[in-house]
Design a protein around this ligand. Sequence first.
Ligand code: FAD
Ligand code: AMP
Length: 472
Amino acid sequence: MADYNVIVIGAGPAGYVAAIRCAQLGMKTACVDKWLNPSGKPSLGGTCLNVGCIPSKALLDSSHHYYFLQKQAAEHGIKFGGLSIDIAAMLARKNRIVKTLTKGIGSLFKQNKVASLEGAARLTGNQAVEITAHNGNKQTLTADKIIIATGSIPTPIPVATIDNKLIVDSTGALAFDSVPKRLGVIGAGAIGLELGSVWSRLGSQVTILEALPDFLATADRKIATAAQRELKKQGLDIHLGASVTSATVTNNEVTVSYQEPKKGEQQRVVDKLIVAVGRKPNTAGLEAAEIGIQINDRGFIQVDEHRQTSVPGIYAIGDVIGGPMLAHKGSEEGVMVAERLAGQKSEMSYETVPWVIYTHPEIAWVGRTEEQLQAAGIEYKVGQFPFVASGRARAHGDTSGMVRLIADAKTDSLLGVHIFGHSASELIAEAVVAMEFQGSAEDLARTIHAHPTLSEAMHEAALGVDGRMIHA
Ligand code: FAD
Ligand code: AMP
């Protein structure tokens, strides 16, 4: 008999959720993770809790409060003097949040009777995992099924080598001990925009260099244009079509060279440079290929529709298999795999995975964009409601952005919802539920929304699909 029914490798949002769900369903489960925090202590939760979703949101909130007090409080009649930011205190708060939540995963493991194993896992067969503990001790454990959830790491680029002093990746950018006067960011994806926003709000002059010609190329064009305009107003100097060719450190400064379409070779000198050009699958030391697991040419583990790898009985979920590299996508894959191992027929609907970029205001969407629908030859109708016409947005003092709701021209079923605005990350949930239930614009239009709320903008956009908005 095997030591466990299931061994999960990796305790990020994909792995820890999979492990808990397996245990809930009666499987004897272990989860092995190798993460060590900066003080050398094991810490559960993977990238998301330690150096990703959670610490970035903690800093986004802190920096937003500071920005609000500096730029917007006066409008509310709030007067004060001597405003300053204590970066050490801000980072300590972030670290406390991370500590509480990562410890929380340990408690959840105990509560659900998941065995939490510390160390690096290596696959030694289709039912065997060798674990090297942090003190070097090795043990081999067997399991009926194995779930790989080893996540991802920042993609390095040869033109800007991380030195963890002046040139950092996203992890380094969550821990600057002072506000860099001039900050460069390579990559205008979610991570680049969020970290650029944090330090810009605290006073950095931020230059963002993005190789692609379009801003947020996968987002709805009108939303992307509105967001780009707003972020520029906030002080982010975003260069599109700007491909970085080198980054050289001299005299405590970084000289970044980049090619711009019309201007040719350009240079910018910064005090810190963040490389945020995406993430790559983390399979180092796992020896997955050695036991016959197929890996694609971009390094992602290949899986079938139910996340089984090419080796029967071994599954892979989360960032390590690619697709949307988002915590909630990995978690839901974990639930699906666990439930299927327990004999259930769970499926996951990738069409309704929400995307969020936590700038201010936030950008969120679910489903398809107009551009994708046009390319697919699908006829659609759009309802668009601007937050400037929302009473609640005015009361907040946050009127930028809009909701754009796209419905099938013939069936009225919801095909996509795109939001740029205050609390878009929360508002998008309504669209996800509606789409999950195969709802129509009419369903949302007939749903009563509390007044005054930002969610009324969703209601109005749904009415707008048939040209019957009330407030715009
Ligand atoms: P990970 O979280 O990377 O976890 C993998 C775990 O496996 C790690 O603990 C690792 O140590 C462990 N591991 C790897 N190899 C082994 C091995 N051989 N043996 C044992 N253990 C191993 N996503 C969102 O949805 N929302 C956000 O707001 C968001 N913000 C982000 C902000 C930043 C700055 C970053 C960097 C990422 C952000 N993400 C966000 C992405 C999100 O963090 C990832 O999509 C998510 O963490 C992936 O989860 P995962 O479980 O697949 O992998
Ligand atoms: P994401 O994958 O969403 O985190 O976004 C990373 C962004 O970095 C993408 O939009 C890439 O186009 C961009 N990028 C990648 N390499 C470079 C480079 N050398 N210079 C500028 N931008 C880059």
